[in-house]
Design a protein around this ligand. Structure first.
Ligand SMILES: [Zn+2]
Length: 225
């Protein structure tokens, strides 16, 4: 089998996977209209697969996903790629361990972003998934690589696979696109519960050594082996 046909098979599979993962964004009510997207790196190649811009979630098909290079230029596809492609391409260029990126404006997490306030680690689930507070990244607007830079700088300084970009919304990363989607779902759930806890009183902190051991256990031991 040639290298070229290898890439074709991988891209075909990722078109299906990335398309299907968008159903999870609507299922968990993380998005409205067309404002949110999933992308995946094509392993071993400087390529990514991402949602087309402005196409509603119920019209997404594997065929209308867009393949771009890691400078955000379209390599294969009929549609323009998501307007977040440049930011996500920057993340793939800078963080080689990242295989998937998700962006949403999910309500509760974005409410924390609007205040520029990290979601404190006051739930075991927060310790498990995020290893501490869910951090806030800088205010940055679309049009250059400032969103990408803000995501990468914030994620590099944290264990969290999620970053709340100030006044904007959530970006999550993972070793796979599915893992990044999971982080986006968990981020919204934690943000919502901590928001409600705050309304009722003062959430109790979790000691740092407990956060560390919960995070280590969840990342290394939890789940099916
Ligand atoms: Zn956005």
């Amino acid at each position: 089998m040639t290298v070229v046909s290898d890439v074709k098979a991988t891209v075909l599979e990722l078109r299906r996977e990335v398309c299907a993962l968008h159903e999870q964004l609507t299922r968990y009510q993380l998005v409205v209209w067309t404002a949110g997207n999933v992308s995946a790196r094509v392993p071993g190649h400087d390529l990514l697969v991402i949602k087309p811009s402005g196409v509603s979630y119920d019209e997404l098909t594997p065929d209308n996903m867009v393949v771009c290079d890691l400078d955000g230029r379209v390599v294969e596809g009929e549609h323009a790629p998501s307007s977040d492609t440049e930011a996500q391409a920057y993340v793939y260029r800078e963080l080689p361990h990242v295989g998937g990126v998700v962006h949403t404006h999910s309500t509760y997490a974005t409410a924390w972003a609007a205040r520029g306030e990290p979601v404190p680690c006051v739930l075991t689930m927060g310790a498990d998934e995020f290893g501490g507070d869910i951090p806030v990244g800088p205010f940055a607007i679309i049009g250059d690589d400032s969103i990408g830079r803000g995501i990468v700088e914030t994620i590099r300084g944290s264990r969290s696979p999620a970053v709340l970009m100030q006044n904007h919304g959530v970006f999550t990363v993972g070793p796979t696109a599915k893992a990044a989607v999971k982080a986006a779902v968990m981020c919204e759930d934690v943000a919502r519960t901590v928001h409600i806890a705050r309304q009722l009183g003062t959430p109790l902190p979790i000691a740092q050594d407990q956060i560390d051991s919960l995070h280590a256990r969840y990342q290394n031991v939890y789940g099916q082996r």
